[in-house]
Design a protein around this ligand. Structure first.
Ligand code: HEC
Ligand code: HEC
Ligand code: HEC
Ligand code: HEC
Ligand code: HEC
Ligand code: HEC
Length: 414
């Protein structure tokens, strides 16, 4: 009897204890609302999740608005983000359903994330959920920003052209007026027959074309244009600036890197570590395109080519655009990772290009010019401390790439 009694008190105790601990843990699981947490969360979201998720829009993964209410628990979200495959493998019904709904697309594991990181991401998602879908950061703005930069010079040129045409018409009108008043003036004079004939001789295309002034101007223009063409031809031997070949699949950087803001490094994985930036393999495309089967501008045809290549285990044969001759050595990691140079400095606004084109000259002069002008990024790089000291002892001004040997032939030539 007493034993039974003790047993049930134990049970009650246990129950109360669990209740307290659950409510306590629920309390500690409160999604933070501080601006600091939200902005930290935005940063993590932008660099890790944005390739596949939006808050208010389904992309590769679900729209994440309100996910903290819909998912089984905050703890579930933490485990799923850290290792979604493990949660799915455990047979968790919610996870398995979701996985099937998303055509068995495996979400990247973020095993190095701390709980706090994930809570910050949720803080950002909650903040965006409350704000509503009205403003989708980046997406619309980027597209509007894009053409503006290229559009300004074009409109500028148009205005210039219209202005010049107006001035030309004005000149013709003034000239016609002058001619007719001159004729009237001369008619009042007593002129010989011969003189009258000259005054009234009609101005025709024939008389203009046979005039000496006209022949001279035409000869000069033809000569100048020919000369310019020859010079341009000579300068562009071996130079491919503007080269934009047709690719086997109509892949658009404007859609991927511009509109959807997928990080360059998500696809060009070599860029921080090695010499080559690398072109993404079919597998990287399939991370998203086993889910996204059709595009808004090209329909299903172009994406079907990716799936076909994947199924046949065959690489896509992209046409190479940038190509230094073998005698020159260029290393991406040195420039992007060590020096912190933006891709766009050398490759131009790739995120606005439907078809990539070569933006820079890629000549030796181009490399050297930048090495003369650019400061070495020495911040937080102990390797440079000694060099900076030596440099400052000898000369004023910041340490440029040329000061660390950036103009030595052997640095760029094997
Ligand atoms: C490679 C694409 C990809 C990336 C990157 C990615 N996810 Fe996912 N995520 C998915 C897919 C796909 C699903 C649907 C479930 C499945 O297929 O595994 C999903 C599901 C989720 C879910 C569950 C959604 C729900 O409706 O319950 C959460 C939460 C989530 N992701 C959070 C994140 C966070 C946070 C990040 C960044 C730290 C992230 N994901 C990065 C693809 C991705
Ligand atoms: C979704 C994947 C993806 C993303 C994101 C992406 N690229 Fe690319 N990139 C490709 C593919 C595929 C090619 C080859 C086809 C082509 O040239 O269009 C390529 C080609 C290029 C080339 C030309 C390579 C050559 O042949 O010389 C440059 C330069 C480039 N990308 C720069 C960038 C920059 C800069 C960004 C970020 C603003 C970026 N890419 C983002 C997939 C991507
Ligand atoms: C991180 C996700 C992601 C990756 C990786 C990715 N794509 Fe896409 N891709 C998208 C999205 C989102 C769209 C837009 C679909 C739409 O137009 O609605 C798209 C659209 C396309 C389209 C159709 C464009 C149109 O407007 O018709 C093509 C072609 C394409 N991608 C090729 C590729 C290739 C090739 C790769 C690999 C080098 C690749 N994608 C990698 C997300 C991705
Ligand atoms: C300092 C100038 C510079 C910067 C910065 C730079 N690139 Fe390049 N990139 C080049 C040159 C030069 C080549 C040609 C290399 C060759 O032919 O060996 C090239 C080639 C490429 C290629 C073709 C494949 C290869 O590696 O040869 C891709 C893709 C590419 N760059 C992407 C990027 C991306 C993405 C970034 C930013 C993360 C970037 N680049 C930053 C100068 C630059
Ligand atoms: C946008 C400017 C820029 C352009 C263009 C550029 N570089 Fe550089 N380069 C740098 C900077 C900055 C560094 C210093 C990196 C560091 O801190 O180690 C550097 C360093 C180097 C180094 C190492 C020098 C040393 O002493 O360690 C080599 C080699 C090099 N660049 C080759 C090239 C070649 C080849 C090209 C042309 C195809 C080129 N670079 C174009 C900015 C540029
Ligand atoms: C910052 C990198 C860099 C440095 C330093 C450099 N070069 Fe170059 N050089 C290049 C690149 C890149 C090319 C290829 C340019 C092209 O294809 O138009 C080149 C091309 C050349 C060529 C032409 C080869 C041909 O096929 O036309 C010669 C010759 C040459 N370099 C000699 C030198 C000498 C000598 C030095 C030292 C005084 C030197 N270079 C220093 C980057 C460099």
């Amino acid at each position: 009897m007493i034993k039974n009694y003790l047993h049930s008190t134990c049970k009650i105790f246990l129950f109360v204890f669990t209740l307290i601990s659950v409510s306590f843990s629920a309390y500690s699981q409160e999604i933070p609302k501080e601006p600091a947490a939200i902005s930290a969360g935005k940063q993590i979201f932008d660099s890790n999740c944005k390739a596949c998720h939006r808050v208010h829009q389904k992309l590769v993964g679900p729209a994440l608005a309100g996910v903290y209410d819909r998912a089984p628990s905050i703890d579930w979200i933490k485990s799923f983000v850290k290792n979604s495959s493990a949660v799915i493998a455990s047979g968790d019904a919610y996870a398995v359903n979701l996985f099937n709904e998303y055509n068995k697309t495996t979400m990247t594991s973020f095993s190095s994330f701390k709980d706090q990181d994930i809570m910050n991401v949720l803080a950002y998602i909650q903040d965006e959920t409350i704000k509503g879908p009205g403003e989708q950061p980046g997406q619309k703005q980027k597209v509007v920003d894009g053409p503006k930069e290229e559009g300004v010079p074009a409109t500028y040129l148009n205005v210039l052209l219209v202005g010049m045409i107006v001035i030309l018409i004005l000149l013709v009108v003034i000239l016609a007026f002058l001619v007719s008043s001159l004729k009237r003036f001369l008619d009042q004079k007593a002129l010989t027959e011969e003189e009258k004939e000259v005054v009234h001789s009609p101005i025709t295309a024939g008389t203009i074309a046979s005039s000496r002034g006209f022949i001279f101007v035409v000869a000069f223009l033809v000569g100048a244009l020919g000369f310019k063409a020859v010079i341009n031809g000579l300068y562009s031997v071996g130079i491919q600036q503007g080269y934009a070949p047709k690719q086997p699949i109509a892949f658009s950087h404007k859609i991927h890197a511009g509109q959807y803001e997928i990080d360059c490094k998500y696809c060009h994985v070599g860029v921080m570590k090695g010499k080559s930036a690398t072109i993404p393999s079919v597998n990287i495309c399939m991370n998203c395109h086993n889910q996204i089967k059709s595009g808004t501008t090209t329909g299903e045809g172009e994406i079907a080519k990716i799936v076909r290549a994947y199924n046949e285990n065959r690489p896509i044969e992209w046409v190479r655009i940038h190509n230094l001759p073998d005698l020159a050595y260029f290393n991406h990691a040195q420039h992007v990772n060590v020096a912190g140079v933006e891709c766009q400095t050398c490759h131009g606004p790739v995120q606005e290009m439907d078809v990539v084109r070569q933006h820079s000259l890629l000549t030796m002069g181009w490399c050297i010019d930048c090495h003369r002008k650019t400061d070495v990024n020495t911040k937080g790089n102990a390797y440079y401390d000694k060099l900076v000291e030596l440099h400052n002892a000898k000369s004023k001004g910041n340490m440029k790439v040329e000061n660390i040997g950036g103009l030595e032939c052997s640095k760029c030539h094997y």
